[in-house]
Design a binder for this molecule. Structure first.
Ligand code: ADP
Length: 418
């Protein structure tokens, strides 16, 4: 039997999914991430990765033909010539590099994706000021380094992880402005996500009972792996993630970019995955309701009726997408005494924002929205789905799967057939 392993290094846990050639799940495992001391973080990732391999039943391990790892987008580290991490990795949301943003604005084209305090390039510039930088040879994303541990090749990344490093995913090269920065480090060589890089290191194959022919493929980011898992694959198909915040991704034949709204497009084969994220979402619901209340009160809402409330639910002032206003105030008044009515207003407000987001992507040139898959904690709420269907005016589809590990396993399968 041929099996394919996807590993998802998320922000709070690591998950693995093993699928067979029919894309059926054969095994799963997960481990929670303990918050570790920053200086020990990379070492901890290594332990968790190998621990996860050990958890896979022996008879399945030897059948694995390929492995793909997705990492958290924007989590990066510097390594020496042997791939040993120097200093702590910088996590996706680390914004210490805000201090180099003014410099970066003078170097990168206006509105470029790298012009954010948490972009990989901003992080690299910030790291270049550290004393340890003199020993640095490679700059890698989390997924690149973890894959390196398995295949042993340094300096390789994929064009999903490398988008925020400034790699030109249309021309397949580092642009001139980036090369002219002459940062004295080896920027990763970029492959299509899922491309087989090399067979697993022979000593690892021996130690973990894996096939010596097992291929390690180029990785991707967590949110793209989750998109791939959903099954959405045609222009006009979209995935909304109803997590703490609401993120939308629309598959399109056109590439859409607008830094003002935080909109950018990832390449997905011959198509583009245009996306944006609002600050509204489940975190606001959690502020007012328990998960049990969300469930029971939602059942009492009539989704065919319009709420009289006109909310813009935010935890604090500031929104980027679909309205770009760092001072946009939350709108949560008037507050009815009836909690069912209040929840109705919140779900409706969020549905309106989601619909406005898709409208903005289409105004900017993305393909017409045809159907929406839903992932995240809010996907379980059928009342919300009904309200959303009304606002979006397209069929709402349940994803095949919403686990990033499954999406990475699909990439591994595709990679093994390249
Ligand atoms: P994240 O990974 O962004 O933290 P999750 O995808 O785990 O988010 O989803 C968690 C969110 O889902 C919480 O903020 C919670 O408010 C929301 N949520 C959980 N259950 C429901 C429900 N039945 N209806 C609406 N939202 C829900």
């Amino acid at each position: 039997m041929s099996l394919y392993l996807g590993i998802d290094f998320g922000t709070s846990g690591v998950r693995a999914a093993i699928i067979d050639g029919g894309a059926n799940i054969r095994a799963r495992s997960r481990r929670s991430f303990e918050v570790s001391e920053p200086s020990k973080r990379a070492n901890y990732w290594r332990q968790v990765l190998f621990g996860l391999l050990e958890e896979i039943p022996q008879q399945l391990r030897q059948e694995i033909k390929s492995i793909t790892i997705n990492g958290t987008s924007g989590t990066v580290l510097l390594c020496d010539r042997n791939g040993n991490p120097l200093d702590e990795p910088l996590m996706y949301n680390d914004n210490r590099s805000a201090s180099v943003l003014e410099i970066l604005k003078k170097l990168a084209p206006a509105k470029h994706t790298v012009l954010s305090a948490t972009s990989s390039l901003a992080k690299l510039l910030w790291m270049s000021q550290l004393p340890s930088f003199s020993q640095a040879k490679y700059f890698l994303h989390q997924a690149d380094w973890l894959a390196f541990l398995l295949h042993g090749q340094l300096g390789i990344s994929d064009y999903h992880n490398a988008l925020k490093l400034g790699y030109d995913v249309e021309a397949f090269e580092y642009p001139d402005w980036l090369q002219s920065l002459q940062i004295p480090i080896q920027l990763p060589q970029i492959c299509a996500p899922g491309t087989p890089i090399s067979q697993i290191r022979s000593e690892l194959a021996f130690e973990y009972g894996l096939s010596p022919n097992c291929l390690i493929c180029a990785g991707t980011t967590d949110s793209i792996a989750a998109f791939i898992a959903s099954g959405a694959n045609s222009p006009g198909e979209a995935v909304t993630s109803l997590g703490s915040t609401i993120a939308i991704k629309l598959l399109s034949r056109t590439r859409i970019e607008d830094a003002k709204y935080g909109i950018y497009s990832h390449r997905l084969g011959d198509l583009w995955l245009a996306g944006g994220a609002s600050n509204t979402g489940g975190a606001v619901l959690k502020e007012f309701f328990t998960v049990d209340e969300l469930e029971s009160l939602s059942h009492q809402i009539d989704p065919t009726q319009k709420s009289d409330l006109d909310y813009y639910p935010l935890l604090k002032a500031g929104e980027r997408f679909p309205i770009n206003d760092p001072n946009l105030a939350p709108k949560l008044e008037p507050r009815p005494s009836d909690r069912v009515e209040f929840l109705h207003g919140l779900l409706e407000g969020m549905s309106r924002i989601e619909a406005q987001g898709y409208e903005l992507l289409q105004i900017l040139g993305a393909d017409r929205l045809t159907r929406v898959y839903t992932a995240g904690g809010g996907a379980a709420n059928d009342t919300w789905t009904d309200i959303r269907r009304h606002h979006l005016g397209v069929p709402m589809i349940e994803p095949n799967n919403s686990e990033a590990a499954y999406g990475s396993a699909l990439l591994a399968m595709a990679g093994s057939m390249m």
